[in-house]
Design a binder for this molecule. Structure first.
Ligand code: AMP
Ligand code: MN
Ligand code: MN
Ligand code: MN
Length: 274
């Protein structure tokens, strides 16, 4: 089975349209796919009448704030028109728009110009602006030489543009997902750069709030990390998810549908939908 339960389109910060992503997924022989754009379901609206032999699991990646840190929670198999997920999208969209204004303001205080309009020119709408769009603007005005540098200096964890006070709590996010019939999965657990004890604390809180899945594989990661996450997944009795976190075809470390197999000692989440 070729499974990819985490990827992005132009509806959030990806570079392919939903339809182009679906075509690439067909080329890559993906059996089950979830498009998990940041805080929006617009990709699914765009694909509404599109028939495909791929089994699509409706999904979303919701931003949350856990103990002053930004933490991402993927909702899989959500009901696309359930009131609870629609409320989530509306609340998160408002947060994203307000946050974009704050980020723009902070960057302008550093002397960079036209930040909100600039970021918006790379996004599909004011509700969809994320830090990658600000990064593109900083590159475009010559403030930095590439996206990585923009994150390293201005937008990454702990930097001026790392604003996350607007996001809902993990408890709220998990409730939205569960109330819409979905499964809450903690996204890319190694990307938060947590100490072992903080990661354990996060997994404990996530479980207590009703989280049921852990992304054991996120993109191209070394086998020792996969084994470690798989053991945590088993020990916490989560079900295992996996995904590329694909954003663009030129990112080799996150290639759509190129996800390593899960170790056999964790329980795959997709068994629910086979
Ligand atoms: P936001 O949703 O606005 O908080 O932006 C988060 C997104 O920024 C992530 O989903 C990634 O796509 C991107 N991102 C985060 N850190 C980096 C980084 N160091 N370099 C490039 N992109 C990043
Ligand atoms: Mn992203
Ligand atoms: Mn994420
Ligand atoms: Mn993602």
């Amino acid at each position: 089975m070729n499974i990819d339960f985490h990827c992005h389109t132009t509806a959030s910060d990806g570079s392919l349209s939903p339809l182009d992503l679906l075509h690439l997924a067909l080329e890559r022989d993906i059996d089950m796919l979830s498009i998990t754009d940041h805080d929006t379901l617009d990709a699914y609206r765009q694909l509404d009448q599109t028939a495909s032999k791929i089994q699509i699991i409706p999904g979303i990646e919701l931003s949350s704030q856990w103990k002053k840190r930004g933490v991402h929670i993927v909702g899989l198999n959500i009901g696309l028109s359930s009131p609870s997920i629609l409320e989530a999208v509306e609340r998160q969209s408002n947060s994203r728009r307000e946050r974009a204004e704050i980020i723009a303001d902070k960057l302008e205080r550093l002397g960079f110009t036209d930040c909100l309009a600039g970021a918006l020119s790379f996004a599909s709408g004011p509700n969809q602006i994320g830090r990658p769009h600000f990064a593109k603007h900083l590159v475009a005005i010559g403030a930095v030489s590439n996206i990585q540098q923009a994150f390293k200096r201005y937008l990454g964890a702990g930097k001026t543009g790392d604003i996350k006070d607007q996001w809902a709590t993990p408890q709220q996010v998990i409730s939205w997902i569960r109330d819409s019939g979905g499964v809450a999965v903690l996204a890319h657990p190694t990307k938060y750069k947590l100490t072992r004890s903080k990661l354990t604390e996060l997994l404990t809180d996530f479980k207590a709030a009703g989280g049921e899945g852990l992304e054991v594989i996120s993109g191209a990661q070394v086998p020792s990390v996969t084994r470690d996450m798989a053991r945590l997944c088993r020990d916490f009795e989560f079900e295992a998810s996996c995904g590329s976190d694909f954003h663009a075809p030129n990112q080799q470390w996150a290639a759509l549908g190129r996800v390593a197999p899960l170790p056999d000692y964790c329980t795959p989440l997709w068994h629910r939908w086979q």
